[in-house]
Design a protein. Structure first.
Length: 371
């Protein structure tokens, strides 16, 4: 069943990707465990399609207003985008962002497959200057892990006016906050691992586009690149996605409260959260985003060792990487060798989950006390 066009996202999350109604028809799609299919249909083989993927794809597609392809991970989806660029194509991308993408772009650049122009994505003039000759503008906003905000409406319209493609990693914001295809972007990327699946039990990615020719090229990149998800993982992700709006709204509300309290804490040097009125990204974010997300980061008046100690001291918040799950996670980002050196050593990224905000705050207070 495809949803009526005017449904709101929280209703779409619950109603899309269901099998056709009928007596004794199941409410949920089956987990289609089959590597091959009886001849004569449109799919044929398990690397080309699967009805459990299709159910999940219809839900993500309805969120993002495009057609969607799911992949074995966010990075597999992202690799598929870069794989369809011609050799030597110019990509303009943020110099700070998800570290896996930074590493991938760096190696594609070094090996000469593409030429990457690294820019400060929140500095609109710098991005506009880099655009001439760019084949693809790669935007992650808000950025990992310092929550910088790109002027998406302005960057997308400037890029499209020059015939430059635009891909937006919408993992942090989610479609509840911004819908880049509606602003004119060509591709929206998600690490489904994060908010959509939402329970830290699945690794998966997706690409969405409203351009049928581009969709066909990306689908070929999945077919022949081979980065396909398992049907069971697709089913789990769809099950998680049913509650994504509920989880996200709760987490976002708590993130705002925690950001506010952290910015008044004497051990905290700086809080990065675009929802804070004095955050340098706030005015821009408020001008086009419908919320500020549920990830924040903060640095301490202390070094790496004490920041590590804070992360190790929590009992409600889990010390682990990743984000977007129902459980709150935090970590010191520079513990990873491939994190940007522009990120402060003591910066802790906190993915706010759905626990009671007072329990989270008490846990943060006692952890800061310990350091
Ligand atoms: C996690 C993440 C990715 C990579 O996704 P995986 O599912 O881990 O492969 C890409 N972009 C952002 C913003 C992420 O948070």
């Amino acid at each position: 069943m495809s949803p009526k066009k005017d449904l709101r996202l929280d209703t779409i999350a619950i109603s899309v990707g269901r099998p056709p109604h009928g007596p004794d028809a199941p409410l949920n799609p089956p987990i289609a465990l089959s590597s091959t299919f009886h001849a004569g249909g449109g799919v044929g083989y398990g690397r080309y399609g699967n009805e459990t993927w299709s159910a999940l794809e219809s839900a993500i597609g309805a969120f993002e207003h495009g057609s969607t392809l799911v992949f074995s991970s966010g990075m597999a989806a992202i690799s598929a985008v870069f794989s369809i660029l011609p050799i030597g194509a110019v990509v303009t991308a943020s110099h700070q962002g998800y570290s896996g993408v930074m590493t991938l772009l760096g190696s594609l650049h070094t090996s000469g497959k593409i030429e990457v122009r690294f820019v400060d994505i929140s500095n609109t003039e710098e991005v506009l200057t880099a655009l001439p000759g760019t084949a693809l503008l790669w935007v992650e906003s808000p950025t990992n892990p310092t929550l910088s905000v790109a002027d998406l409406p302005r960057l997308i319209s400037a890029a499209k006016a020059q015939g430059c493609g635009v891909a937006v990693d919408n993992t942090f914001a989610t479609p509840l906050v911004q819908q880049p295809l509606l602003m004119g972007a060509d591709i929206v990327v998600h690490s489904v691992t994060k908010y959509f699946a939402g329970h830290s039990d699945v690794v998966m990615g997706s690409l969405s586009t409203a351009d049928p020719a581009l969709l066909a090229r990306l689908e070929d990149a999945r077919k022949f690149g081979g980065g396909i998800p398992g049907p069971f993982e697709a089913w789990l992700a769809l099950r998680g996605l049913r509650t994504f709006p509920l989880r996200f709204e709760r987490a976002q509300e708590s993130a705002m409260e925690i950001a506010r309290r952290l910015s008044a804490h004497p051990k905290v040097a700086e809080v990065h959260y675009p929802g804070l009125p004095d955050d340098p990204n706030h005015v821009r974010a408020a001008s086009f985003m419908k919320g500020f997300g549920a990830v924040l980061s903060f640095s301490l008046h202390a070094g790496a060792a004490q920041a590590d100690k804070v992360c190790e001291s929590s009992s409600v918040i889990t010390y682990a990487t990743s984000l977007g799950g129902i459980e709150s996670l935090w970590e010191r980002r520079r513990r990873w060798a491939n994190e940007s050196v522009s990120v402060p050593e003591s910066l802790i990224r906190l993915s706010v989950g759905c626990e009671n905000v007072e329990d989270l705050w008490e846990d943060i207070l006692q952890s800061l006390e310990n350091a």
